[in-house]
Design a protein around this ligand. Sequence first.
Ligand code: UD1
Length: 416
Amino acid sequence: MSKLKIEGNNCLTGTINVSGAKNSAVALLPAALLCKNSSKIYNVPKIRDIEYLIKILKILNCDYKINDNALEINTANLKNTPIPEELSEQMRASYYFMGSLLARFKKVEISFPGGCHIGARPIDLHIKGFKALGANVEIIKNKYIITAEKLHGARIYLDFPSVGATINLMLASSYAEGTTIIENAAREPEIVNVASFLISMGAKITGAGTNTIIIEGSEILDNGSTEVFPDRIEASTYIVLGALVGKDLKIKGFIKDHINSVLTKLNECGVKFKIQNDEITISKCKNLQTTDIKTEVFPGFPTDMQQVFTVLLAKANGISTVTETIYESRFKSAELINTMGGNMKIKDNVLTIHGPVELKGKELYIPDLRGGAALVLAALIADGTTYLDNITLLLRGYEDIVEKLQNVGAKIKIVE
Ligand code: UD1
């Protein structure tokens, strides 16, 4: 089994380029099925989740061409084949095929979606929305069977601004008859990225990026084209790393408005950085201050960043807290960092971090994708050598993480 071997306490310098966003790309590929023929998606990250989605596209009889990070998809021979469990369970985003296949065929058969074990993660809001659009949803064993004679526009209020439900309902309603209004919609950049792709195909969508999205159903969509937004979580991960061990480390190719909450928290911790256009220059902060973080939906502090940020807080002078409001069980990496010398305490949904601590290399098992990124950062600031097992989880979401870190001087490699 491959492991990551990381030797810590090295200063990192040079430039890390930000890849396309995982959470946008995993929605854009299923969205391409709305095109009657062809579409192009640029800046697609080469990560495991995309490999699995391409396997699903093959099962659905799509033709595709990959040229570097550009993906051309042709759906002229699209077949509505049931999506098997061994693929759908590999990732959460397989649920986007519900919205796109329902839109195209008025029928979908798909096994339960997978994803990291960070809480219950129900998809009741997606299902309620599909029903409001006129679909019938059955669960047989571990499969959803969703059918509709026809889809019609509806006014849908989401009890929580779910990213997945908002995107799935934009997909399904793009081929519904009449107008759909999604209220209390999620406002994450991924929603805007998918909406702009759908608009490029001819969909009539307004309000993406606000909490009310209006979709006028279409009869034919085609020739979609878009570029995946830069990954705000990947960018933020490397920026936090720069505050820990950077020496004029540059992170290039992000959109500042997508990461403002993280930059604000870095400021509160006393971290200094310089931003010029899409590039930040950041160095190790020698006198880190504490802060309190509460995860929120966008534009609040992203839940996907809290595990990584706790590594920085472990080095701050005093007590910090992280309150997780989106998921019930997202502190597994904190328990593992404690075995490296961390001093973090979990009570309900609040993590209290006592700093500063010195961390020591350990042999650990990656518990989930973002927890894996947190452990990589912890290993890079620890004394000695860390071995991380279960690296497939990390590779699900960070393109070329090993190469990117090696290029700026990190001692990290995959060993058997
Ligand atoms: C997406 C991201 C994930 C990120 C999350 C929140 C993808 C593939 N994943 O996940 O990385 O952590 O947004 O920013 O884009 N909920 C329900 N019922 C539903 C849907 C959601 O109760 O039908 C709850 C979830 O359990 C969770 C919260 O709402 O507690 C947020 O979920 P949601 O925004 O849907 O996240 P995902 O789309 O699963």
